[in-house]
Design a protein around this ligand. Structure first.
Ligand code: NDP
Ligand code: HSE
Length: 441
């Protein structure tokens, strides 16, 4: 029966890092993929800007074009795979493809994070699938895991390293003493970074991915605008060093958590105890912890960026769509795991209400009474201290660095206490504050 099924025809929008990787994997593993999908998946068209650069992928059965709309307009194409990035042209092409009854696979987390509601509504209207496994965690099948594998669970929280570029930069700086700018350049050369690497280093890419996971985990709309976002650009070598001396590693984390007051949705650097598996995830690898009420804590680890790891997710989506495209749309897995008419209006918790622990580094004049003043302000704000060390920074002999680890408290309380401490005459400059996550319950 399978032997006589027509091949499924695919059009690729983009043949860059991800597009090139996808074509390579589809060609190399064609036999295995056909055995799994039940029919051949063949790429008949691919669109790029620079045709000359793409010649290396040329094949007799694949038409190369510099007009992406030619793929959308081709009635023979069943599935469009969007791998050009950006939100303007990509959105236009995807919405047009959907309106023509084509299924869509995309690696574009920015697009899904910012325009999911419109795109999924259109997909529902036209009865097509929009698959986006490659948008989160590179080659890790995390969307499948949360949406299907953990479907029995009430998910409590997700925390993860979900940007390969920043994890690579932090690892290179820590292990090899590489300068930030050089590490970023290497990440770009290895194909990990976004077209605009500010998306990586400012935490925006991680927030795109976190927002998508949060929606799937908790059955809420995708609300990128509500995410709290901090990147790694303000981290100093001193803080990395002090954290290590205290038994912690600093990682850029995405955290989303269900609380009685609302849902936490935040990306920021965080200290993690060095004994945690997440603290030992290095280079461009990603790792995501998901806590479900039935299963407990589960961990997903793998390459978070790069050509073939990301292609692995794109091709998995292609196989899924190929298997499911003749199914009744009502019997398919919902895009956001929950049936679209059951999404909840649970609010995103303002950052001031988040409860976590903190690392504080203050620079103070080395004189009697300063520590007493600082600890009194913290105690008055109900913030209890877990550990405290005093260090002499290399740049000055008259000032000392005081590093304080707090127990868990409310962020707005620590903000208020920091303002009071910064106003003390013996304190020099701003306090460096990094959140601290134990990730144990
Ligand atoms: P690249 O810049 O390497 O590739 C983009 C491709 O799109 C190129 O082939 C480019 O053609 C083509 N393209 C861009 N604009 C047009 C246009 N107007 N018309 C036709 N073709 C166009 O990007 P990546 O492959 O790295 O990323 C693609 C997407 O995948 C992004 O959304 C990204 O966020 C996402 N992603 C990337 C990962 C990675 O590790 N790199 C991992 C997971 C997701 P040309 O080369 O001729 O300019
Ligand atoms: N720029 C992204 C990263 C690509 O570094 O994680 C994978 O989504």
């Amino acid at each position: 029966m399978e032997a006589i099924m027509k091949p499924i025809k695919v059009g690729l929008l983009g043949l860059g890092i991800v597009g090139g990787g996808t074509l390579t994997v589809l060609r190399r593993n064609a036999v295995e993929i056909t055995r799994r999908a039940g029919r051949e998946i063949i790429v008949t068209m691919a669109a790029v800007r620079d045709l000359e650069k793409a010649r290396k992928y040329a094949a007799a059965d694949m038409q190369l074009t510099d007009n992406p709309f030619a793929i959308i307009d081709n009635p023979d194409i069943d599935i469009v795979v969007e791998m050009i990035g950006g939100v303007t042209l990509a959105k236009e092409l995807i919405l047009m493809a959907i309106a023509r009854g084509k299924h869509v696979v995309t690696a574009n987390k920015a697009l899904i994070a910012c325009h999911a509601t419109e795109i999924f509504a259109a997909a529902q209207q036209y009865g097509v699938m929009v698959a986006f496994e490659a948008a989160v965690g590179g080659g890790i099948p995390i969307i499948k895991a949360i949406r299907e594998g953990l479907t029995a669970n009430r998910i409590e929280w997700i925390a993860g390293i979900i940007n390969g570029t920043t994890n690579f930069i932090l690892s290179e700086m820590r292990d090899k003493g590489t300068e930030f700018a050089d590490a970023l350049l290497a990440a770009q050369e290895l194909g990990y970074a976004e077209a605009d690497p500010a998306f990586d280093i400012e935490g925006i890419d991680a927030a795109h991915k976190l927002t998508i996971m949060s929606a799937i985990a908790f059955g809420i709309p995708v609300q990128f605008d509500c995410a709290h976002i901090e990147g790694i650009t303000k981290l100093t070598g001193d803080d990395v060093k002090y954290a290590e001396q205290l038994g912690y590693r600093i990682k850029l984390l995405g955290i989303t958590k269900r609380t009685p007051k609302g849902i936490e949705l935040r990306v920021h650097p965080a200290l993690i105890p060095e004994r945690r598996l997440l603290a030992n995830v290095d280079g461009a690898m990603n790792a995501i912890l998901v806590k479900g009420d039935a299963v407990g804590i589960t961990l997903y680890y793998g390459a978070g960026a790069g050509a073939e790891p990301t292609a692995s997710s794109v091709v998995a989506d292609l196989v899924d769509v190929t298997r499911m495209h003749t199914a009744d749309p009502n019997n398919r897995v919902p895009h956001l795991a929950f049936q679209p008419d059951t999404l909840s209006a649970e609010p995103i918790l303002p950052m001031g209400e988040v409860r976590t622990a903190y690392y504080l580094r203050l620079r103070a004049i080395d004189e009697a009474g300063v520590l007493a003043d600082v600890t009194r302000i913290l105690a008055d704000s109900d913030i209890s201290i877990d550990a405290m060390i005093q260090k002499e920074p290399e740049i000055t002999r008259t000032l000392v660095d005081i590093v304080i680890l707090t127990h868990r408290c409310i962020e707005k309380d620590i903000d208020a206490a920091m303002l009071e401490i910064e106003a003390l005459p013996a304190i020099s400059g701003k306090i460096a504050r990094i959140r601290l996550e134990h990730l144990d319950r």
